[in-house]
Design a protein around this ligand. Structure first.
Ligand SMILES: Nc1ncnc2c1ncn2[C@@H]1O[C@H](COP(=O)(O)OP(=O)(O)OP(=O)(O)O)[C@@H](O)[C@H]1O
Length: 265
């Protein structure tokens, strides 16, 4: 059995989440040919690539929306098969989707509880607890979006994005997947999300994050996996690569190698 020390930040140990040679087609469209990556506890792992490279499809495989046609997914070293996205939480995976998946006509507290609604007895919604828990998570993350009774539809794009991140944080699961978490954010909010992810990393969580935002990736990520034409072609430590190298890998100007460095030295 893996010791606690193995999972600690700075020690490679067992990957929290691993993809091995995942392939996925939609009819005649080969979205993924061969995607392999390993993300470790205490790591922020960015996934980058050009439009259509297969990043979102990879994310959807990792959260149970799609199943690979080939290959394997492992959580904590154990192979898993998800039949439905609702199974992701059971495997310790929280997700922030690109479309945020928030319900506009519901308030912040309810949205933050979706998927894990606090109840009194079997049937009754525990509204006070729901509001208390949502307010505490927002407060802990120093997120100021007004009352938790505010309807999501009244929030700005950036505020919604932050609420979606807070909802995933509230689940307190070991693995967090984020698809373009800073897409709608200004400079200050982007820095805030970066700090939230760093806090989670310090608590030993595994963060996998699709991003086009190189500033964000180079400031916050530990490693970067580059995808190209449905393949994971390279994984680099941020400390040991450059933007030029990553751009070269994305565009094909630099050929990827099969080798994958261990997470942190
Ligand atoms: N449900 C689907 N049905 C058919 N083709 C799909 C489907 N989902 C993705 N694809 C195709 O798979 C390929 C990879 O798409 P994917 O969305 O994973 O790329 P991406 O790297 O996330 O791109 P972007 O940065 O533009 O979001 C594309 O050719 C896309 O058209």
């Amino acid at each position: 059995m893996a010791s606690q020390r193995e999972g600690a930040p700075g020690n490679p140990g067992v990957p929290a989440l691993e993809l091995r040679s995942i392939g996925k087609s939609f009819g005649n469209v080969r979205a993924l040919t061969n995607v392999s990556l390993s993300a470790y506890p205490g790591e922020i792992h960015a996934i980058v690539g050009d439009n259509g490279a297969g990043k979102s499809t990879t994310m959807k495989v990792m959260c149970g929306i799609h199943r690979g046609d080939s290959g394997e997914m492992l959580v904590g070293g154990n192979p898993i098969v998800m039949h439905d996205p609702s199974e992701a939480q059971r495997h310790g995976i929280a997700v922030v989707h690109q479309d945020l998946a928030l319900v506009e006509c519901l308030d912040i507290a309810t949205n933050m509880s979706l998927g894990a609604i606090p109840r009194r007895g079997r049937f009754f919604l525990d509204r006070p607890r729901m509001e208390r828990e949502a307010a505490k998570v927002l407060d802990d993350l120093r997120i100021r979006v007004g009352s938790v009774r505010t309807q999501i539809g009244l929030l700005s794009g950036g505020e919604r994005q932050i609420v979606a991140v807070a909802r995933a944080v509230r689940l307190n699961l070991p693995i967090m997947l984020l698809d373009e978490p800073t897409a709608a954010l200004g400079v200050r909010e982007t820095a805030h999300v970066g700090n939230i992810l760093r806090d989670l990393r310090a608590r030993g969580k595994t963060i996998l994050c699709i991003s086009h935002d190189f500033d964000f990736v180079f400031r916050h990520a530990d490693r970067i996996t580059v995808m190209r034409l449905g393949n994971s072609i390279a994984t680099r430590r941020v400390a040991e690569t450059t933007r030029d190298e990553i751009v070269g890998l994305i565009t094909g100007a630099i050929k990827g190698a099969a080798s994958e460095p261990e997470p942190l030295s």
